[in-house]
Design a protein around this ligand. Structure first.
Ligand code: ATP
Ligand code: MG
Length: 493
């Protein structure tokens, strides 16, 4: 390699004449040379200059050994190459310099040409180590920063490296798994994995495959696995990179999309069927009403007519619930106090005799801000919640139904419907908002009431949750944003 002005050479020798001659010669060769005769000055320069190659005399003064200077230079500039020169070369000092990876050990007297050659080689080594060092630190920081779990295992399938994302995702610390077999750590069915590792080592490019692997806490995780051969000739290492992509979420979303597609298909089918059912039901209701009004039906038969009439209305209610879910409704937006659709729902259930045996507690915050939205839809949502509450309290002697509204400091409104019924077991609390989930299948429950409530609330940019202690009742809590232009713009979109 040719000398370049950029390479800074430090010469440390207590003999001024040696410093001067080396400086003259190397400067002529194009190096930038700094010389000093004292260890203290050498250390000062080491702290202030970016030294690439240092030529250091073995014996400097009574107290300081050249190796001390080399050690400090290496600490400050890890890629700096050092050349130790000595008038009294010894095996012991040569061995000592090895500890600091000294580039060369030169005994005095030496030819200037020999020195030039060694300095050129040392400068080249400096550049090489520096670029390797930068590459390595980039590589390390990339592995540490990537959110993708990565493992390096040797040819026998034993772990030699794991990145922080692997440890975080699977719950291990690096120390506890390095050296263990891949099968032992992630539990992918042994045979398949060993086979794929063997194929990867022999240079085969295998496509990404899916697997279920376990975490430290025993939970399972769906992953997409990519294997890639890793070979380092100089380190005589052969291994396999195992890159694991967590696809649990992707799988879940895929299932949800599938479910949504099924529901939308069901929705359009339902809309057609419901239309076909509604016409004959309307005819039925019409004639039943005529019969009830006519005097030709004997009094003792009137109750049968009433039962038939109620049953026909039940079919009508069900079909209209299906339609509510299946087809988009034209929304009518208005502004009203939050208790208005709730109060109307309570009133409706009272008029129809569904909550007459309940003690009804009302706590309305009349200072709560106005709500903007579809009054009819919110009224429907509260009817569904109240009907559920009535069903839940069937077994109670003293039925207590409580309805509340409250304005919050952040401008939202909270509406609560509470009962003292059977409550909801914790293991089904997150299922009750799913379509068709019902525990009242044998009582004609369809499991569509709460999903409809949820979709109405979410359409109003609100949220709904439930709190329940089994045996003590349930509270459905709805949060709605109050009237704002922003909301109106969102709903119009
Ligand atoms: N207040 C409540 N107390 C206890 N359980 C409740 C309450 N509200 C809902 N649930 C539970 O949630 C389930 C789903 O309610 P949802 O209203 O969606 O359907 P459903 O009432 O069973 O049938 P329907 O379609 O006739 O409303 C119910 O079957 C019941 O198990
Ligand atoms: Mg219901």
């Amino acid at each position: 390699m040719e000398a370049s002005q950029k390479e800074k050479i430090l010469v440390v020798d207590d003999e001024v004449s040696i410093c001067t001659s080396i400086e003259r010669y190397l400067s002529k060769e194009g190096f930038s040379v700094i010389t000093t005769t004292t260890p203290a000055d050498a250390l000062r320069i080491a702290h202030t200059e970016n030294i690439q190659v240092a030529i250091v005399d073995r014996l400097l003064d009574q107290e300081t050994d050249g190796i001390t200077i080399i050690a400090e230079l290496k600490r400050l500039h890890p890629y700096c190459q050092t050349i130790l020169i000595s008038g009294q070369p010894s095996f012991e000092s040569a061995a000592k310099t090895m500890r600091y990876q000294t580039f060369a050990y030169l005994s005095k007297p030496f030819k200037q040409e020999s020195l030039r050659k060694i300095v050129c080689d040392a400068a080249e080594e400096y550049q090489k180590q520096k670029s390797q060092g930068i590459q390595q630190s980039l590589f390390t920081s990339l592995f540490e920063a990537t959110p993708i779990p990565i493992i390096l295992c040797d040819a026998q399938g034993y772990l030699v490296f794991v990145n922080p994302s692997f440890c975080q995702t699977f719950g291990y610390s690096a120390q506890e798994i390095i050296g263990k077999s891949l099968h032992e750590v992630i539990g992918i069915s042994g045979g398949i994995f060993e086979q794929t590792i063997r194929k990867t080592l022999s240079g085969e490019n295998l496509p990404e495959f899916n697997a279920i692997i376990h975490k430290k806490d025993g939970a399972f995780c769906d992953v997409a696995v990519t294997l890639s051969r890793c070979s380092n000739q100089s380190a005589r290492f052969q291994g396999v990179w195992v890159i694991l992509r967590d696809i649990t979420m992707v799988k879940r979303l895929r299932e949800e999309v599938l479910q949504t597609e099924k529901l939308s298909m069901l929705g359009s089918m339902t809309a057609k069927i419901v239309h076909q059912i509604n016409n004959p039901v309307q005819v039925l209701i019409g004639y039943l009403e005529l019969l009830r009004e006519s005097s030709c039906v004997p009094a003792h038969m009137q109750k049968y007519l009433t039962t038939m009439h109620d049953a026909a209305h039940m079919i009508k209610r069900l079909t209209s619930e299906f339609l509510n879910l299946a087809r988009p409704h034209p929304r009518v937006i208005s502004t009203f106090p939050p208790e208005a659709p709730l109060e109307k729902a309570v009133d409706f259930l009272f008029q129809t005799g569904q909550i007459n045996q309940c003690t009804i507690l009302k706590e309305y915050d009349h200072n709560a801000p106005m709500v903007q939205g579809d009054f009819q839809q919110l009224n429907q949502a509260f009817i569904n919640l109240l009907v559920n509450a009535v069903h839940a309290m069937e077994e109670q002697c003293e039925k207590i139904l409580s309805v509340k509204t409250k304005g919050n400091i952040n401008g939202t409104v909270t509406i609560e419907v509470q009962d003292n019924g059977c409550g909801i077991p914790p293991d089904i609390q997150d299922k009750i908002f799913e379509h068709f989930f019902t525990t009242r299948g044998n009582h004609g429950g369809t499991g569509l009431g709460l999903p409809l409530v949820k979709s109405i609330v979410e359409w109003h940019h609100g949220s709904i949750c439930v709190e329940s202690v089994p045996g003590k009742g349930a509270t459905f809590i709805i949060n709605l944003p109050c009237y704002s232009d922003e909301l109106l713009a969102g709903q119009a979109a």
